[in-house]
Design a protein around this ligand. Structure first.
Ligand SMILES: Cc1ncc(COP(=O)(O)O)c(C=O)c1O
Length: 385
């Protein structure tokens, strides 16, 4: 049996939505993007949302929206994808890496507090794997120490903590709709903010800095009674980016959003089945303290094994045609961040134990059982010491 690692769950409804966009023949930034932004804002209960082409773009613009002074430092966990840290670098700011808690693998908030200096202005809180950062505590620290909070929700679209959508606890929230994520638009992202002025601050920046996008100019031209011969006029006040979402992606997103609660629930059920299967397995334990019924949205299911055995287990699963990966080699170990090597010892040691296993909404119970069996065999195949 072949088991993929991730697989987007898309079908006829998404195809119909794309056909509709083709029929209207407006494929770029247009009314579908506006409709998706509104639907997303309502879904997470945020006052404003901005559709972009990736979470990487959303994170970049989130830091831009804060207008931090030059020399500011931004706290970022080392146990994350590089985009979380690039958000600060793209804005010419310094990254300060924070270590992870050995159990939850989320940012260690004691370590975070220790690293705050007068130059520290913001923190990028990553809900790694979909397990939520302790947001009540982080917001208390941020309030007391004067930090802005950006939530990186690339792994947890639709996830909630204490009933409140992740992405709306901090000042800004960034979501990913890249093809493997909780829901997809092919590639795509969304920025939300508690203060709508922050979203408006960067709205032109997602479209090269232009104050009036093509759809608005077009509407000004065609609207009934419009007679403004200067409908085409726009101005650029700041160097922006070509970061916009387009109507094709937004049309897929509107369909995927309807399916998101069911897809997240299915992932939760699959995780519960994995946890049952792993319960008595020596030498293997869940990557995160999963709580499948808590309203979180998990993107990664993984396990931890003895560091020295990881590659053998990966090889064994490969021989059984089970795809695996490792999320993540800590950022401090990449050449780009060589100056920070050693800064986060817990993450830099723990990542050797981590294996990501298959998880996607259309995965069957039989596939979970197959992966669990393969893991058991890998354990049994362990050479006696
Ligand atoms: C934690 C995290 N943040 C940001 C991103 C960037 O997302 P995107 O691919 O939509 O730019 C990813 C992508 O995997 C991620 O894992």
């Amino acid at each position: 049996m072949h088991v993929r690692l991730f697989k987007p769950s898309v079908g006829q409804e998404e195809l119909d939505a794309i056909a509709d966009v083709f029929d209207r023949a407006w494929l770029g930034l247009g009314p579908k993007v506006a409709a998706f932004e509104q639907a997303w804002a309502e879904y997470v209960d945020a006052p404003a949302a901005l559709g972009v082409n990736s979470a990487t773009a959303a994170l970049h613009l989130a830091v831009t929206a804060l207008d931090l002074p030059p020399g500011s430092k931004v706290l970022v966990p080392s146990m994350t994808f590089v985009a979380s840290a690039l958000s600060a670098l793209y804005n010419g700011l310094d990254v300060v890496f924070v270590d992870c808690d050995p159990e939850t693998l989320q940012m260690d908030l004691d370590d975070l507090e220790r690293r705050i200096t007068p130059e520290t202005r913001a923190v990028v809180a990553v809900h790694f794997g979909g397990y939520p950062v302790d947001m009540p505590r982080l917001m208390e620290i941020a309030g007391r120490r004067g930090l802005k909070v950006i939530e990186d929700c690339a792994h947890c679209a639709g996830g909630r903590l204490d009933g409140r959508a992740l992405g709306t606890w901090g000042d800004l929230g960034c979501f990913s709709f890249e093809e493997k994520k909780c829901m997809t638009t092919g590639d795509g992202g969304m920025l939300v903010a508690r203060d709508p002025a922050l979203v408006e601050r960067v709205r032109p920046n997602r479209w090269l800095g232009i104050d009036k996008d093509t759809w608005k100019r077009q509407t000004g031209y065609t609207a009934e009674g419009a007679d403004d011969a200067r409908h085409w006029h726009y101005e650029v006040a700041e160097a922006g980016y070509k970061y916009n979402m387009n109507d094709l992606a937004a049309a897929i997103g509107l369909v995927q959003l309807k399916k998101l609660p069911a897809m997240n629930a299915r992932r939760g059920a699959l995780i519960a089945r994995y946890l049952d299967g792993l319960a008595d397995m020596p030498g293997v334990r869940p990557l995160l303290p999963y709580q499948p019924d808590a309203g979180h949205a998990y993107w990664i299911f993984g396990v931890r094994v003895e560091a020295g055995r990881r590659d053998d287990v990966i090889r064994h699963l490969k021989a059984r045609d089970v795809a695996t990966s490792v999320h993540y080699m800590p950022l401090t170990l990449h050449p780009l961040f060589a100056a920070h090597a050693g800064a986060t010892p817990v993450a830099e040691s723990l990542w050797h134990e981590m294996i990501t296993l298959p998880l996607f909404p259309d995965m069957t119970d039989e596939q979970v059982d197959y992966v669990v069996d393969a893991l058991k065999e890998a354990g049994a195949a362990r050479a006696p010491v």
